[in-house]
Design a protein around this ligand. Structure first.
Ligand SMILES: Nc1ncnc2c1ncn2[C@@H]1O[C@H](COP(=O)(O)OP(=O)(O)OP(=O)(O)O)[C@@H](O)[C@H]1O
Ligand SMILES: [Mg+2]
Length: 370
C-alpha cells in the first residue's frame, strides 16, 4: 500500500508554513469553520494531475496575505521500493500561472506518470450528498472522475474532445470557408466521443458488478445499478457498432442549431447518469439525502475494491465533512471503508467528538492550534 507520509505547505492558502506527519491509515483534521481543513485536503489533491478538487485558479492557491508570488507543497510518499519525494508549485507561463510537479527531482513525463500510477485520489465533498438531484454535469464529472481514477489517460481524451467541440463552434460561425476543416473536426469529435462512450459503458458495467458483490450493500438491502442516459446511445439502442454512422449523421444535421446555440447538441457531454435501486425499483433521486449519501459511499467503496484488487492502485480518500448527520448504516459503511480496506483516509469536521466512532488508531490534528 502506498501513502503520503507527511506534508509541508509553504505560502499555500491560509498557511504560511505548516508541517504535518500523517498516519498511513486514518487521519482526522478538526477545527473551526475557516481554519483550513478543506485547504489541507485540497493540497493533497494537488499531487494529482489537474487543479485539485476545487478546480480553482492557481493564483488562488497562493497565500493572499503574503507578498510572495508562489506557493509550494512537499511530501514524502511511501512506496515499497523507496520513498518518493514530490513537490507541487506554481510557475508563470506568459501571463497565466500553471501548476508544476517535481518527482524525485525530475519533471520528466515518465517520472510523473510513474508517480501518478501508484495512487488515486478519491474524494467525497459535502455537495456530493446531493449528487443524484444535482445537475447532469455534476454526475458526468463524478463518473468521469471515477474512470480517471482507474485510467489516467482518460482525462486527456475528455479534454481533447472538449477542445475539438470548441474548435467546431468557432468554425461553424464561419463555416462556408472552412468546410473541409469542419468535416475533419467532426470526424475527430465522433472518434473521441465514441472512445468516451465506450469507456463509460465499460466502467459502468464494472462498477455495477462491484456494487453487486458488496456484502455491506446486501446487508443494507441496497441493490444499486447505474445507467448512462444519452440521446445518441438511445437512438442506437446502446449498440456501439452503429454509433459511428448515427453520430456523424446527427452531428452534421445539427450544424445549423449548433451555430445558433453554440456547443454541440449531441455527444457524451450531454449524457446523464441515472441510478436505480433495482430491488425497490426506485430512481436514486427519490431517495432521502442520507440514503443518497449511502449510495455515493457504496460507489466509493466499490471503486476502491476495484482499484485495490484489480489494478493494484492505492486509493487515497479525502472525506470532507462526511460525518455530519450520519445514521448507523452510514457510520458502519464509513467505518468499513476506513478500517477494512487497505487505504489511507483523511477526514475533516468541526468537532473531534464527531469521530468518536473511529477506533483509537486514528491520528487527530486540531487545526485551530496550528
Ligand atoms: N489564497 C488564500 N490565502 C489566504 N487565505 C485563503 C486563501 N484561499 C482561501 N483562504 C481562506 O482559508 C480559510 C480556510 O478555508 P477552508 O475552506 O479550508 O476552511 P475549513 O476549515 O474547511 O472551514 P469549514 O469548516 O467552514 O469547511 C478561509 O477563511 C478562506 O477564506
Ligand atoms: Mg471545509
Amino acid at each position: 500500500m502506498n501513502y503520503f507520509k507527511n506534508i509541508k505547505l509553504e505560502n499555500y492558502r491560509n498557511f504560511n508554513n505548516l508541517e504535518l506527519d500523517f498516519d498511513q491509515n486514518c487521519n482526522v483534521f478538526f477545527g473551526n469553520n475557516g481554519s483550513g481543513k478543506t485547504n489541507i485536503l485540497e493540497s493533497i489533491s494537488l499531487f494529482e494531475r489537474g487543479r485539485g478538487f476545487r478546480q480553482d485558479k492557481i493564483n488562488n492557491l497562493i497565500n493572499f496575505e503574503s507578498k510572495k508570488d508562489n506557493f509550494r507543497i512537499y511530501s514524502n510518499f511511501f512506496h515499497k521500493h523507496g520513498d518518493i519525494i514530490v513537490s507541487v508549485f506554481n510557475e508563470r507561463k506568459k501571463i497565466s500561472l500553471t501548476k508544476k510537479i517535481i518527482v524525485n527531482g525530475s519533471s520528466s513525463k515518465d517520472s510523473k506518470e510513474h508517480f501518478e500510477s501508484l495512487f488515486s485520489i478519491i474524494y467525497f465533498l459535502p455537495e456530493m450528498e446531493r449528487l443524484f438531484v444535482s445537475s447532469p454535469s455534476a454526475r458526468r464529472n463524478f463518473l468521469d472522475r471515477l474512470i480517471f481514477n482507474s485510467n489516467k489517460r482518460y482525462l486527456k481524451i475528455v479534454n481533447d474532445y472538449k477542445k475539438n467541440i470548441t474548435e467546431r463552434s468557432r468554425i461553424l460561425k464561419d463555416y462556408n470557408s472552412e468546410i473541409e476543416w469542419l468535416n475533419n473536426i467532426e470526424k475527430k469529435i465522433v472518434e473521441l466521443g465514441i472512445i468516451i462512450y465506450k469507456e463509460r459503458l465499460t466502467y459502468i458495467e464494472e462498477i455495477n458488478l462491484a456494487l453487486k458483490r458488496l456484502d455491506i450493500a446486501k446487508k443494507f438491502n441496497y441493490k444499486i445499478n447505474i445507467n448512462l442516459d444519452d440521446l445518441l446511445l438511445n437512438q442506437c439502442k446502446n449498440d456501439t457498432n452503429v454509433l459511428f454512422e448515427e453520430y456523424i449523421k446527427t452531428i452534421k444535421a445539427s450544424r445549423e442549431i449548433d451555430k445558433l446555440l453554440g456547443g454541440s447538441k449531441v455527444g457524451p457531454h450531454k449524457s446523464d447518469i441515472v441510478g436505480y435501486d433495482i430491488g425497490k425499483n426506485i430512481n436514486i433521486n427519490q431517495f432521502s439525502t442520507g440514503q443518497q449519501k449511502t449510495v455515493v459511499l457504496l460507489i466509493i467503496l466499490a471503486q476502491c475494491t476495484m482499484l485495490i484488487s484489480e489494478q493494484k492502485i492505492s486509493p487515497i480518500i479525502l472525506f470532507d465533512e462526511v460525518c455530519s448527520h450520519l445514521d448507523n448504516n452510514n457510520r458502519e459503511l464509513l467505518l468499513h471503508i476506513i478500517k477494512t480496506l487497505d487505504v489511507q483516509t483523511f477526514l475533516t469536521g468541526t468537532e473531534k467528538s464527531f469521530f468518536s466512532f473511529l477506533s483509537t488508531k486514528t491520528l487527530y490534528c486540531n487545526i485551530n492550534e496550528l
